[in-house]
Design a protein around this ligand. Structure first.
Ligand SMILES: N[C@@H](CCC(=O)N[C@@H](CS)C(=O)NCC(=O)O)C(=O)O
Ligand SMILES: [Fe+2]
Length: 427
């Protein structure tokens, strides 16, 4: 066992045998990352065998295999996300060299370290930096182009999206809907399954399940998709404040904390990758206080901020909403490059026109009926007046209860059945 330590939290090691692996918990580790693809020869433990050994010790396990032909930025950032979790972790490949490089590649990719420093650091760990630097040089040459597919859910007028980096065959789902029939109480996964089938046909792998905000008009399928695929789920970090608001309304003092529900709680400026496609999080409050926009490549998923230019903007009267905050958010979205592709979260098909969902910054600036001629004060006045006339969404009291748990249904009661609570006289 060739153990190398970066600090108290992070260690690297070569491939372990079953006996060594079985002692990791005793050595204080709470997480293992395996960077060695199973198909490499050598008679080592497979990731399924390692997973079992980890489960037996109650250690978190992540299989993150790569070679320098398959490595993506997403892998680099996935490793870094585990580091940020603060868990004491040990990473291995065959010799440990790839794990060391993967860890330091994050600093190189983020410009926190230059190539010389990367080389010198690798040398300290007795690791040849050349293959990682060659990968990094190739990365500078590529400019991934996003491929976007929309899936319209007619009952709530919601747009769900799949965005992919076709080169690396990785993709993300944004704002998936869990089907709910309010008359019968039936929950089903038709919409989400349709997207999974589509992804499967494309031969893509799901890297992220992203919600832009806790929806008030439909259930989120994020939890179901995460269970089906193992992909990480994410939402804005301010979800904790939305949870607090609604926890009080529903009287759910034992609601699980966000970190036990979503794999990532993004704050403004956070970076994530889908393959080699870079995503940046833009905090976008107004419609809800936790809303975020996902700016991925030249696309921005702006959800319930701006709708199509003929439809104006989202409402701001839900608990935690603010017309002023929405105005500021709109300014920020409109400051993105003119040709940024904007994908909205709803289309209510005014006058029965066909569904539309894509616009651009330039088009919104010149055509959005709620921006034209309005300054901040006029916008706030107009938005507030209109909101006062809107009935609450049909499913609001049901949807929030599910969505503050990331789309997880309430735990079954002792008869095995699940129930929703409806607060009376709260609105
Ligand atoms: N009638 C719909 C209303 C949905 C609704 O309120 N949608 C929000 C977004 S979640 C909105 O901003 N609507 C703007 C508007 O209706 O003008 C329902 O019951 O679900
Ligand atoms: Fe919404």
């Amino acid at each position: 066992m060739n153990l190398r330590h970066y600090n108290q939290q992070i260690s690297f090691v070569d491939a372990l045998n079953a006996d060594e692996f079985a002692h990791l918990h005793q050595l204080g580790y709470h997480m293992v990352i395996n960077n060695r693809p199973d198909e490499e020869e050598g008679g080592f433990l497979t990731h399924q065998q390692e997973q079992q050994l980890a489960d037996r010790q109650g250690i978190k396990y992540l299989y993150l295999p790569f070679t320098y032909d398959t490595l993506t930025r997403e892998d680099v950032y996935t490793f870094h996300r585990q580091v940020k979790s603060g868990k004491k972790l040990i990473a291995h490949c065959r010799s440990g060299a790839r794990s060391v490089s993967l860890f330091f590649l994050h600093a190189l990719c983020e410009g926190l370290m230059d190539e010389k420093a990367f080389q010198a650091t690798c040398r300290q760990y007795d690791v040849d930096a050349a293959p990682a630097l060659a990968w990094y040089a190739r990365q500078q040459q590529i400019a991934p182009v996003a491929e976007v597919h929309s899936f319209y859910e007619p009952k709530s007028g919601s747009l769900q999206y799949v965005i992919a980096d076709p080169e690396t065959r990785r993709c993300a789902i944004i704002d998936p809907v869990l089907d709910f029939d309010r008359n019968s109480g039936a929950v089903s996964h038709r919409q989400a399954q349709m997207m999974l089938d589509f992804i499967h046909r494309q031969n893509w792998r799901l890297s992220w399940i992203l919600d832009t905000h806790p929806h008030a008009d439909h259930f989120s399928a994020a939890a179901w998709l995460a269970r089906q695929t193992g992909a990480p789920s994410a939402i804005g970090e301010k979800i904790s404040q939305v949870q607090d608001l609604w926890k009080a309304i529903y009287h759910l003092p034992a609601l699980p904390a966000p970190e036990t529900i979503w794999d990532a709680r993004f704050k403004d400026g956070d970076i994530f990758y889908i393959g080699n496609l870079r995503g940046e999080v833009i905090f976008s409050p107004g419609h809800t206080l936790a809303s975020v926009t996902y700016h991925i490549g030249n696309c921005a998923f702006i959800h319930d901020t701006l709708f199509m230019p003929d439809s104006g903007t989202a409402r701001t009267d839900f608990p935690g909403g603010s017309a002023e905050a929405l105005w500021e958010t709109l300014q920020r979205i409109l400051s993105l490059p003119d040709d940024t592709r904007l994908f909205t979260g709803h289309d209510y098909r005014p006058d029965g026109r066909e569904v539309q969902y894509e616009s651009s910054v330039a088009r919104q600036r010149s055509e959005n009926v709620w921006l034209a001629g309005n300054d901040k004060a006029a916008f706030i006045a107009k938005r507030t007046a209109r909101d006062a006339t809107l009935p609450l969404p049909d499913l609001m009291l049901m949807a929030l209860q599910i969505n503050i748990s990331g789309g997880n249904l309430p735990e079954p009661e002792n008869n095995g059945k699940r129930y929703l609570k409806i607060p009376l006289n709260s609105f």
